[in-house]
Design a protein around this ligand. Structure first.
Ligand SMILES: [Zn+2]
Ligand SMILES: [Zn+2]
Length: 178
């Protein structure tokens, strides 16, 4: 594990959310939103309505900027996010989760909590000087954000689809040469 468990969960969710804005958009319905909630182990308030969907969708440009900028740029965005949301970090323990940070109350709108949790997670990335864990997909035609939490830092593609497409292209290129 590179970062604390809750930090890695928040980073993964932020990357998936940012990447959902790439064409074809995969966060367009309340159902897709509910799936994202379950898949990423969210707890607390979840309205399951259009307003929540719009609020979560509207986070994506800022998350993308945060995840793809340099370290100093990320600091600026994180500080703005935490200040605007009046984040107050508190250690909490609930459900199956051991001590971790909540910086806004679980009764607050989900989008607000995603915004704060993403910023809090990036605090750890920035402090550990681990921005190199984040990059943009090595596929020439893809702008997906890549989060590499592997020990040997080997991850270059945002998805299995991008990885496979490039493996096939590399194989064909080798065949053509021989
Ligand atoms: Zn929690
Ligand atoms: Zn990709």
């Amino acid at each position: 594990m590179v970062f604390a468990h809750d930090v890695e969960m928040s980073l993964q969710a932020a990357v998936v959310l940012a990447n959902s804005a790439l064409e074809p958009d995969t966060m367009t319905s309340v159902e897709e939103l509910a799936e994202f909630f379950v898949e990423h182990g969210y707890t607390g308030r979840h309205d399951r309505d259009r307003a929540e969907l719009d609020a979560v969708r509207s986070l994506r440009p800022e998350l993308r900027a945060l995840l793809t900028t340099d370290r100093d740029g990320a600091v600026e965005i994180v500080n703005r996010m935490l200040a605007e949301e009046s984040a107050l970090p508190q250690l909490v323990r609930h459900d199956q989760f051991d001590w971790h940070f909540h910086a806004v109350d679980t009764a607050e709108p989900w989008a607000r909590r995603i915004r704060v949790e993403s910023a809090m997670a990036m605090v750890d990335v920035i402090r550990a000087d681990e921005m190199s864990r984040l990059s943009v997909c090595a596929d020439d035609d893809c702008d997906g954000v890549v989060l590499d939490l592997s020990r040997n830092r080997s991850r270059r593609f945002c998805s299995t689809a991008c990885g496979n497409r490039n493996a096939v292209a590399a194989y064909r290129a080798r065949q053509a040469q021989s």
